[in-house]
Design a protein around this ligand. Structure first.
Ligand code: SAM
Length: 259
């Protein structure tokens, strides 16, 4: 996969040489190129922004500078990603879809964002364009969002995560649950023991304990995920555990008893 990131702060993207993404690049699984938007600005000061049309606070990034950059960086296969707090929410499902692409281009905004005509123009010219938000908060720029997207997508590329099974049970995976709590050695630490079942060697019991913990944790922390679960994928023991947690099936969906 090829990923291009365009930003006025290319140094912000330095972590893309580290850890999992860095290894994927070294292994030739991922080709990442970071570009300085200012190198497409034509004036003496390399200006990339101007005052907002209609007035108001802050500055807006100019479409002509972005257009020159994106015309150079986009390929016919590319999917243009524009991070913005007003975008659709980036989730694990989005990462899974993007991990099947050949070429992603991330356009990192700053100030009040990028002139809206940039997304409109590339959509109209047939480029796939997604405006994506990494959460309901406002960052100073799209670089941190680009780092999030690149890392979430890269770990799903074949060959990047050593044991692909670790992608199966994790939070926000196909099961739709948060992951169970995890432990390692030493078996006792600070007066706290690793749960006995995990050292029992009894695989079926361990599996059941983990499933119950995943249900319990999801009920406590993300009831919205439980409400969206496919009840057909739940077994009798799941339903018993959920009932203990105060969740029952009503009209084909899980609902808290108190509701
Ligand atoms: N005025 C914009 C608004 O209210 O929607 C916010 C602009 S923000 C200060 C500047 C840039 O940070 C955005 O263009 C975008 O690239 C990035 N950004 C901020 N929050 C983000 C988020 N939650 N997800 C993705 N990108 C974000």
């Amino acid at each position: 996969m090829r990923i291009d990131v365009v930003s006025i702060f290319p140094d912000y993207l330095a972590p893309l040489s580290l850890s999992l993404v860095g290894k994927a690049r070294t292994a030739g699984i991922l080709d990442v190129q970071v570009h300085d938007l200012r190198s497409w600005a034509t004036d003496r000061h390399h200006t990339v922004d101007d005052t907002p049309a209609g007035g108001g606070a802050g500055m807006v990034m100019r479409p002509d500078v972005w257009g020159a950059a994106l015309d150079d960086v986009l390929t016919p296969d590319a999917h243009l990603l524009i991070p913005t707090p007003s975008g659709t929410t980036f989730t694990q499902r989005t990462a899974e879809t993007l991990a099947t692409e050949q070429h992603l281009v991330l356009a990192c905004g700053r100030y009040e964002g990028i002139d809206a005509r940039v997304a409109e123009h590339y959509r109209a010219s047939g480029t796939r364009v997604s405006e994506i938000s990494i959460g309901d908060y406002v960052l100073g720029g799209g670089e941190a969002a680009a780092l999030v997207v690149v890392e979430a997508v890269t770990r799903l590329l074949p060959g990047v995560v050593g044991n692909p099974h670790s992608l199966v049970e994790e939070s926000h995976g196909v099961a739709g649950l948060l992951e169970y709590p995890v432990y390692t050695k030493p078996p006792a630490w600070s007066g706290l023991d690793v749960p006995e079942v995990l050292t029992s060697g009894h695989h079926r019991k361990i599996e059941r304990w983990r499933r119950d913990q995943a249900l319990t944790r999801t009920a406590a922390r993300r009831p919205d995920l439980l409400a969206a679960l496919d009840v057909a994928a739940l077994d009798k023991r799941d339903l018993a555990q959920l009932s203990e947690l105060g969740w029952v099936v009503v009209g084909g969906a899980l609902r808290p008893v108190a509701e």
